[in-house]
Write a protein of this length. Structure first.
Length: 683
């Protein structure tokens, strides 16, 4: 069948209809012999404009790619937004027209009376002059319709944001009060003496600069925990960056509390900076408690968590909310909720519910600021979107979390953080995105993000039907595309080109992202970023196969074998695990059932280079949990290595979620059951 003329916008007429009948059909809209072209509801903007069918291929449909047109897809949310805007504009035009007609009628009556009293020539001049005078205001209003409508929509979004923020903070404070505990008085001097900063943080020139800007905080205790946050918690947020000085999360979070405190409108109470600052201090105290087990750190964490939520509630419950403060408050609120989600292991706050609330606020805020925001706001929005995407993917696949999106369109928007993202240029400038689409925050490529979208949508569908294996074949093609991705040419992680090794050793001729990816272990060079990508591909493929009830199949076993080959270089040989085999026997005999029951330190099974740079290992957590759940009774050496891995995360990185993961695995290995704790694998 020959393709139809894509430039035509007229109805298509059947060839077997004569000219006279065709003319009649064109004049009769109800005649069924006139066949109009249909365009897809989900097609691109260009195809809809030209009223032709779109094949919905992304990033470029067939029509746009062949005609060299700009191919843009709108989400359902964007379409609904435009429809709403058009309705508002139509109502405004109708209202304006009615007002103009009323004014004209009124003026005509006045002119009629004047005509009877004035002379004919003066009457004409006065009538003409007044006619233009009275018509001028409606014309001015018509010119300003678009601006007026945009302001109305923006104000509506602002009102909605304030309402959502009030609801969110009200729920937070209610939860905190319901589960409140007494916080004893603390000897702050003793706390500072017990915890030397030099023991926890390396010297940093940039931290010294930041500290100098924090002069308005007259608390050595707060400055101490903020320094711990700078050096350690930033690595929880963005583990793949080698230095805290180069960690973009440090720049944005500290700039946020510093800039807000400088603003005259907020200086009196430091309101917008306070709850974000309190959340940062609480996370730093959580890390130190997990590392040292000192009770003082736990008390500080509880105290500042409570202060954070109380300040949030007071701030957004205030009647003094004004439009010019919204951006300053909401940006800090979004970052604050994302930080609190990292405390999912404490089970104090229902992070799942509040993350949904923060997501709704974020996307409304995004609509207002995406076009007119400054560079700092754009960077914060780009970081937050990647942060939301990371939590969404991991939480959906590892916990009982049902997701924060009400539709597939919302999911597409949230996970639009790769090469085709509207934030791609900003992410690239922030060193969070490479030329070939590797997102450093997520640790995966654009291909993987698309892969995860399809798996999540399939798992969330009600029927999950695939009668002809079309979806299965689509997923297989995506898996292959993800496997083919290379940031740096490698063979199961090991570099195969000497040019990269030479550039790494000389620290030149390589982009910083590539330098950060390369790691040397036992004299060999590996691309850590590529390893993270590939093990996540196999872990996600395993999740998809589980959904199809293809567990314990050769297809899944081969996938797990590939995953293991990518991480094997990070562990000692199987012979080194023999001394710990008795622990696996104790697990079978129910003598070891929790993390605390592991009295022996097995961390020497991890290579020394990775133990030193342990925060990067956090990027393996999600994949290795799924890998470990697949181990059988004969995989004794692998089980020992996995326990060693989670011990390193818990002891060296302060990751409390690693302890929960060990409990999950021990339960699975002992009685074959998996209990979901709802803990995120980075808290």
């Amino acid at each position: 069948m020959e393709p139809f003329d894509t430039d035509s916008t007229y109805p298509v007429v059947r060839a077997d209809v004569d000219e006279e009948e065709a003319n009649n059909n064109n004049n009769n809209n109800n005649n069924n012999s006139c066949l109009k072209r249909k365009h897809s509801k989900f097609g691109c903007v260009e195809c809809k404009r030209r009223k032709i069918k779109c094949d919905e291929t992304k990033p470029y449909c067939w029509q746009c790619s062949h005609l060299n047109k700009n191919c843009v897809y709108l989400t359902l949310e964007q379409q609904n937004f435009l429809k709403k805007k058009k309705k508002i504009e139509k109502k405004q035009r109708q209202k304006l027209k009615a007002e103009a007609n009323d004014k004209l009628d009124f003026i005509c009556n006045i002119n009629k009376e004047e005509e009877e009293e004035e002379e004919e020539e003066e009457e004409k001049e006065g009538k003409e002059e007044k006619k233009y005078q009275t018509l001028e205001p409606p014309y001015n209003d018509a010119i300003n319709i678009e601006t007026s409508n945009e302001n109305d929509i923006k104000q509506s979004l602002l009102d909605s944001i304030i309402w959502d923020a009030n609801q969110l903070t009200a729920d937070l404070i209610q939860e905190l009060l319901l589960s409140d505990i007494a916080i004893p008085q603390l000897d702050l001097t003793q706390t500072l003496q017990d915890n030397s900063i030099s023991d926890n943080c390396a010297p940093s020139t940039r931290w010294d600069d930041i500290r100098a800007k924090l002069v308005f905080f007259n608390s050595d205790l707060e400055l101490y925990y903020l320094e711990v946050f700078y050096h350690k918690i930033s690595c929880w947020i963005l583990p793949l960056v080698n230095s805290p000085d180069n960690n973009i999360s440090n720049k944005l979070l500290f700039n946020e509390i510093i800039e807000n405190a400088k603003r005259p409108s907020l200086r009196s109470s430091y309101s917008s900076s306070s709850y974000l600052r309190y959340a940062m201090i609480a996370m730093a105290a959580k890390y130190l408690f997990n590392i040292t087990s000192l009770e003082n750190h736990k008390i500080i964490k509880e105290k500042y968590l409570k202060m954070c939520v109380l300040t949030l509630s007071a701030e957004f419950d205030s009647t003094s909310n004004t439009d010019n403060l919204i951006s300053e408050k909401i940006r800090s609120l979004i970052l604050c909720i994302l930080l609190l989600a990292m405390d999912s292991s404490s089970n104090r706050i229902d992070w799942q519910v509040h993350l949904r609330g923060a997501k709704d606020i974020f996307f409304k805020y995004l609509k207002i600021n995406s076009q007119t925001a400054g560079i700092q706001t754009l960077e914060t929005l780009a970081l937050s979107k990647s942060w939301f995407a990371a939590i969404e993917i991991v939480a959906l696949l590892t916990t009982n979390y049902q997701g924060s999106n009400d539709s597939n369109a919302e999911l597409d928007e949230m996970l639009n953080v790769g090469s085709f993202s509207p934030n791609a240029e900003i992410l690239y400038k922030m060193n969070l995105l490479t030329d070939n689409g590797y997102n450093v925050f997520l640790g995966v490529s654009t291909e993987y993000i698309e892969f995860s979208k399809n798996v999540i949508k399939f798992r969330g569908s009600k029927d999950q039907k695939d009668p002809y294996s079309d979806h299965f074949l689509l997923i297989c093609s995506m898996v292959q595309s993800c496997r083919d991705f290379n940031l740096i040419p490698n063979n199961f992680g090991k570099l195969i080109e000497q040019d990269y090794i030479k550039s790494f050793n000389e620290c030149k001729n390589l982009d910083s992202i590539y330098l950060q990816s390369i790691i040397r272990v036992k004299g060999e060079y590996y691309s850590f970023y590529d390893v993270v990508q590939q093990i996540h591909v196999e872990a996600l493929f395993k999740t998809y196969l589980d959904t199809l009830n293809l567990k314990d199949t050769i297809l899944q076993d081969k996938s797990m074998d590939r995953l293991h080959k990518f991480i094997d270089w990070g562990f000692e040989s199987d012979d080194e695990t023999i001394k710990y085999h008795f622990i696996i026997e104790d697990i079978k005999n129910a003598k070891v059932s929790t993390y605390d029951d592991l009295k022996i330190d097995m961390s020497d099974l991890i290579t020394e280079e990775l133990r030193v740079d342990c925060f990067k290992l956090m990027m393996w957590h999600f994949a290795l949990v799924l890998f470990s759940l697949n181990l059988s009774d004969k995989d004794v050496a692998k089980k020992c290595k996995m326990l060693a891995y989670f011990q390193v995360l818990a002891k060296n990185c302060g990751a409390e979620s690693a302890k929960h993961s060990v409990g999950l695995l021990l339960n699975k290995w002992y009685n074959g059951k998996v209990s979901n704790s709802g803990v995120l694998p980075f808290s």
